[in-house]
Design a protein around this ligand. Sequence first.
Ligand code: HEM
Length: 360
Amino acid sequence: MPLQFAPIIESFRDDFTYRNSPQAIKRFPLPFPEDSYMYSVNIEPATPRPGTVFEHLLDVDEHYRSEMAERALVLDKDPRRSMVLPHMREAAWETLELVMESFSRDYPEWFTLQRNGNAWTWENKALDIRQEFIVGQEDTLPYEPLEYIARQTQGDIALLDQRDGDLFMDAGVVTCPADWSLAFDVGMSFKQWHAPVPLAHQMGIFDRALKYLLNIQVGHPVRRLNWTLTINPRMDTSAETYHEWGKDRGTVTVDNVGSKVHLRVELQLLVRLPRSNALYFGIRTYLASMNELVTQPGWGQRLHRVMRDLPDALADYKGITRYRPQLVQWLSQFDEAVRTPAQAAAATADAAALHASSHS
Ligand code: HEM
């Protein structure tokens, strides 16, 4: 299906006008293959899967223009969301190249790249940008190259330097993190920035994951999914802005769960950059409300069981504990095994009404 953008620039703050179309809900990457969830080394080769968010190496969707407007807002307010340590300049240029090549190959109707030696012309019709520049010469671009391309790419980017058998977060543009901060983590090693995560260290997950990542080869990208919950469709849940969004967790009631609580899924992509040997780590964030998710067959029941049985340590770390009772109670109406007779009757009536309207 050709890429189309939302008819308005949606907001991820204040009046929160962000919504998913039925097509976007259908392709939402639900991260729960089973009725329960626990951390694991869930890394797989990034092989394309047509008709899903895995179709292309870098996914562009209907929210592209809205997310780029949100990113510009955050970067203009807080320049420390973009950082490139001096030894990461080559990796920053390689990232720009990776994005421009992927976008122009996979979405040629919106993006084109012409190369003439080091003189490149980039056109981004979605944002009305046409840029001539010389690769390697920062002053031919309006921003430092990583920030330049991150302002045109959905999702956050971290660049990891590989040395001494470890990975170091030495560059990034991070405007929509799930409660962490690039300015705090910059320069840290793999286990240092993962220090706050419960249980996974003891389970050996980070030892195994690091070993895997150090061996990623050029031309063999890998991916994994991670998730949390966010109140309202708010992209910028950075540690820096906790004072703006943390209190929202106290506003959830059984009546507003469906519209307030959003599943936040990160499609994480790891690509070896050939010249610098750095790793590109893309964190492509998808948000959908509970109301949107339960429209898909079986998803409400799955969400109910996962949220009900989530280990307390994970629920605490993800910030869910405060409103978990309301969420689980609301989701229980979609679980055939536990719903009350009244809920079952209402669901049957809803299904009958839907059936009747689709045949009228
Ligand atoms: C090298 C690329 C990676 C980067 C830059 C990265 C970064 C991060 C960051 C910044 C956090 C938040 C920590 C905090 O609370 O301050 C996090 C959480 C986490 N990371 Fe990674 N990570 C990477 C790869 C991986 C891999 C390969 C795994 C595989 C198992 C993994 C597993 C986790 C888990 C389980 C959490 C907790 C998430 C949650 O419960 O919401 N990470 N990661």
